[in-house]
Design a protein around this ligand. Structure first.
Ligand SMILES: *Cc1c(COP(=O)(O)O)cnc(C)c1O
Length: 355
């Protein structure tokens, strides 16, 4: 039976990425060696790293003021690396979910943190829009897509300080004006590659301004200067990331991907709104194009586990909602074709007919 992968992360990758990485694991770039056993300093692998960096720059129109680095440690390590490198006195944060609040907790270790707004009291089902960011903040941190709650910032806030963004679950899903950001970071396992590599885009002249000493490995400048080769980068995930980036380019680049994402999300939300059994959990205007969260309508609450089994029998994998929201979550990242979204819709439709 065909399996449809709706996992939130690690999550669906393009067949192109999976196949080309599998081939390289057997024979990497004609070296006769596996990708898993070659030196990261071999000319073949340095070429992979260079190409990945160049593709990120090309796909996101990264200006010359910024550089792209690849590190281990996940997006969670960036929760402390960002303030370590960029927070001198004070930073502002928008609290839109679990990941945002984890970033806030770490920032407090480094200075004053102004939480400008929070949607916590409504279980993070919307994006706060009414707030002011102090002009004397070193940066304003946002989480552009809230993977757990299915909300997304659709209009990037206009503020007088540089932005910093956790884009783990929506990077490459839409065009981004990188010039507005001092840092953008994303763990690879939602929209790019297997887990293990994190992509970071930093504004070079925002670095090296700190009075505090920064441990070498946690200093962005180390990795900018050494072109992500200060120590051993996550070789296999980085190779896979490069393949996905190539695939994005072949698909027509980010605008083409954005168009497909809009189509996928529109048909799925339409079904959730139409189907009498289900309702969405996020405020409509803040609905995520990546993570679609829905629950049973109140009158049909007891059908939840029945739908879970029904969907599983139809090949739908990974649609169980996060425990803090409940119900269901269909993650429909860049690599998911619209046909798979339509298969889920068909399943929801058939289940409705039975009730
Ligand atoms: C998954 C996720 C994280 C955590 O990523 P790790 O790589 O596991 O540290 C952080 N932020 C967002 C928005 C995420 O979706």
């Amino acid at each position: 039976m065909k399996k449809y992968n709706f996992y939130a992360g690690p999550s669906i990758l393009s067949q192109y990425t999976i196949k080309s990485t599998a081939e390289a694991i057997l024979d990497f770039a004609g070296t006769g060696l596996s990708l898993m056993e070659v030196s990261h300093r071999s000319k073949e692998f340095v070429a992979v790293c260079d190409e990945a960096r160049n593709l990120v720059k090309e796909l996101l129109d990264v200006p010359a003021t910024h550089d792209v680095i690849f590190l281990g440690g996940g997006a969670s390590l960036q929760f402390c690396m960002v303030p370590y490198n960029l927070l001198k006195k004070k930073a502002s944060y928008l609290d839109t979910g679990t990941w945002a609040s984890k970033a806030i907790k770490e920032a407090k270790l480094f200075g004053e943190v102004e939480v400008v707004a929070s949607s916590k009291e409504k279980n993070y089902n919307f994006i706060p829009k009414d707030y002011t960011v102090s002009d004397d903040s070193d940066y304003f941190h946002i989480t552009t897509n809230n993977t757990i709650y299915g909300t997304q910032i659709h209009r990037i806030p206009q503020v007088n300080v540089p932005l910093v963004a956790d884009m783990s679950s929506d990077i490459f899903s839409r065009p981004t004006d990188v010039s507005k950001y001092d840092a953008i970071y994303a763990g690879a396992q939602k929209n790019l590659a297997p887990s293990g590599v994190t992509i970071i885009i930093v504004r070079k002249d925002a670095l090296n301004r700190m009075d505090r000493p920064i441990p070498t490995m946690l200093n962005y400048m180390t990795h900018v200067e050494k072109e992500s080769m200060f120590n051993t980068p996550p070789v296999v995930p980085l190779y896979a990331a490069m393949q996905t980036l190539k695939w994005y380019k072949e698909q027509g680049g980010i605008p083409a991907i954005q168009k497909k994402n809009e189509e996928k999300a529109a048909v799925l939300y339409d079904e959730i709104d139409r189907n009498k059994l289900f309702k969405g959990t996020a405020e409509k205007e803040d609905r995520s194009l990546m993570n679609v969260c829905f629950v049973m309508n109140d009158e049909y609450k007891d059908l939840e586990s029945e739908f879970a089994s029904f969907a599983a029998a139809a090949g739908m994998t990974g649609i169980k909602g996060h425990r803090s929201v409940g119900g269901f979550r269909a993650s429909i990242y860049n690599a998911m074709p619209i046909e798979s979204v339509k298969a889920l819709i068909q399943t929801m439709h058939e289940f409705e007919k039975q009730h």
